[in-house]
Design a protein around this ligand. Structure first.
Ligand code: PLP
Length: 372
């Protein structure tokens, strides 16, 4: 295959100013919200940092749920801005439990903010978001959800769950560009964001975005927008809308079920039970005798597999089978299973590739056979 001609990407036209608001509305529809949606001209980590930096002030009392490095960073950004933060850290690389959250919420602090990641691609877990959001709602607490990984891969409806601030990025399950992201903000969240210590004239300021874009009729974005990112976002939305969000969710669910079936047939344990597993990556625990670095070096990527190690505390002995976005399909799942199997075998572990592939296929067949 000849190398692509990247010079074609030079001198793009400006993204039409009247299409930013359309993009924001389409993202709002994907997020299931009627709240304001801000377009952030950077990868999603910056949108998360901007959210934390804009909320943070002395007197803000945040319950910050930590299930990966992303949550740990969020707590750090809040603290940097003077907030009082209680980090509620789950067992390493596991989801948080509802009981832990309920106990923390009722510890007498009187939290006014709760922050949580929905699904984690670092460890392949899913937090029990709907139930946690209900606890926060009962107590009138503003909620911030990092749905960067989950949007497109899991059902996520911000308004139905009463999520005040949701941060998303197109680069995971939506299979879009990585240089742009979005934040939805409810009226209650705007109240909490409107305070004297909020950043101003700053890329981290949500109030600047409100003042310069929302309140001026949502025309051209402030600054110099990167047109390629917005054209790519538009194309990604075209594709996901043509498929339908529910179908994309279902495609991830099937890929995850098939990956789990294959992993189980290889005789290595999956990391969490199905109800706590994300549909984005499937995680399995390496056999004791196999060193993680050696395993990853033994994995071949030739047949389209995408296998990596777990990320963050507690995930050191996990392997991740990626079936996010365009990879949520039978071929990619089978490539992953075959690659894990042959790496295990090359390191002297017994694994039956054929029966693992068959188990993955059967899982797919069962899903279609059920008329799903
Ligand atoms: C990928 C991801 C992000 C954003 O990371 P980027 O480096 O901006 O791609 C944030 N939160 C979670 C849970 C993620 O999986």
């Amino acid at each position: 295959m000849p190398a692509p001609d990247y010079a074609l990407l030079l001198d793009p036209p400006a993204f039409p100013a009247d299409r930013y608001a359309v993009l924001a509305d389409r993202l709002a529809a994907l997020m299931g919200t009627r709240n304001d949606v801000l377009l952030i001209q950077a990868e999603a980590v910056l949108a998360l940092e901007a959210t934390a930096a804009s909320l943070a002030r002395p007197g803000l009392r945040a319950l910050n749920i930590v299930t990966s490095p992303y949550g740990a960073w969020f707590g750090g950004w809040l603290e940097r801005g003077g907030a009082t933060v209680r980090n509620l850290t789950a067992s390493p690389a596991k989801p948080i439990s509802l009981q832990e959250v309920e106990r923390a919420l009722d510890d007498g602090t009187g939290f006014n903010l709760l922050a949580i990641v929905h699904a984690e691609s670092a460890s392949g877990i899913l937090n029990p978001l709907p139930a946690i959001a209900a606890l926060a709602k009962d107590r009138g607490i503003v909620t911030v959800v990092d749905a960067v990984a989950s949007i497109g891969g899991h059902a996520f409806e911000a308004d139905r769950l009463d999520i005040d601030i949701a941060v998303i990025g197109p680069q995971k399950a939506l299979a879009g560009p990585a240089g742009v992201s979005a934040i939805s903000v409810s009226p209650k969240a705007w109240e909490l964001l409107s305070h004297g210590a909020a950043p101003e004239n700053s890329m981290l300021s949500l109030l600047d975005q409100k003042k310069l874009w929302l309140d001026t009729g949502r025309g051209a974005l402030p600054g110099t927008p990167a047109p390629l990112e917005f054209f790519a976002l538009e194309a990604a939305l075209d594709r996901i809308e043509a498929e339908g969000l529910a179908s994309a969710n279902e495609r991830h669910k099937r890929a995850a079920a098939a990956a789990r079936a294959g992993i189980n047939a290889l005789g290595i344990p999956t990391w969490v039970e199905e109800t706590h597993a994300s549909a984005l990556v499937s995680t399995a625990i390496l056999p004791d005798a196999i060193e993680a670095g050696a395993f990853l070096s033994a994995v071949s990527t030739e047949q389209g597999a995408d296998i990596s190690g777990g990320v963050g505390p507690g995930a050191e002995r996990l392997i991740r089978l990626n079936h996010t976005g365009r990879r949520a399909n039978p071929e990619a799942v089978k490539a992953n299973i075959a690659a894990v199997s042959s790496a295990l075998r090359s390191l002297g572990h017994r694994a039956d590739t054929d029966s693992a592939l068959e188990a993955a296929e059967k899982s797919y067949f069962a899903a279609f056979g059920d008329g799903l």
